[in-house]
Design a protein around this ligand. Structure first.
Ligand code: ABN
Length: 183
């Protein structure tokens, strides 16, 4: 007895092809879905975003946008120096409130009113010159002139050597000491 073309032998011989086609269909559908959600462009964009994000957070970013930090007492923009006309003792062997070794504070001083951005208050700041010879050179010069008036109003001008009342009249640098709140 011969089997018909629709018999089990025929079905068996077709099985690998049918299975292969079904598998291919599944793969194609899955690949299309994947391409829709994770397309090449989308993947590249995500990768770029990751790389850029990493670079932005790790690069030395200037968050002050170029403005020197107001708390750096070796720069003229430090808040206490608003009316300091002279060399910074912080860059001449001293600190913002102490004269460098070998010099002494002036007998007289100039007082200014400066705004402290940290607590948003105004303070009276006394500027003493440090008088005498020290081994330190190359100090930073600042020209703070808040509240200053032209030299013909002598008492309101800070372009003065406050060492004039000291035995040693040689000017070295200026310190800025907070003496109280203003207002
Ligand atoms: N008070 C600082 C200073 C010293 C010498 C000359 C001018 C200003």
């Amino acid at each position: 007895m011969s089997s018909t073309p629709r018999g089990w032998k025929h079905a068996l011989s077709r099985a690998p092809r049918v299975l292969g086609e079904a598998l291919e269909g599944l793969l194609v559908t899955s690949a299309r879905r994947s391409a829709r959600t994770h397309g090449r462009r989308s993947a590249l964009a995500q990768l770029g975003g990751l790389l850029l994000g990493g670079a932005v957070t790790t690069l030395p970013f200037d968050r002050a946008f170029g403005a020197p930090a107001p708390e750096d007492d070796e720069t003229c923009t430090y808040w206490r120096y608003c009316a300091l006309d002279g060399f910074l003792c912080t860059t001449a062997g001293g600190s913002k409130s102490t004269c460098p070794m070998g010099s002494e504070a002036s007998q007289v001083s100039w007082v200014g009113t400066c705004h402290n951005p940290a607590d948003k208050r105004d303070y009276l700041v006394s500027y003493y010159d440090c008088c005498g010879n020290t081994p330190f050179t190359g100090a930073k010069f600042c020209l703070g002139s808040k509240g200053e008036r032209p030299p013909y109003t002598m008492g309101l001008n800070n372009d003065v050597n406050w060492c004039m009342a000291n035995a040693n009249k040689g000017y070295h640098c200026t310190v800025a000491i907070v003496v109280g709140t203003a207002g």
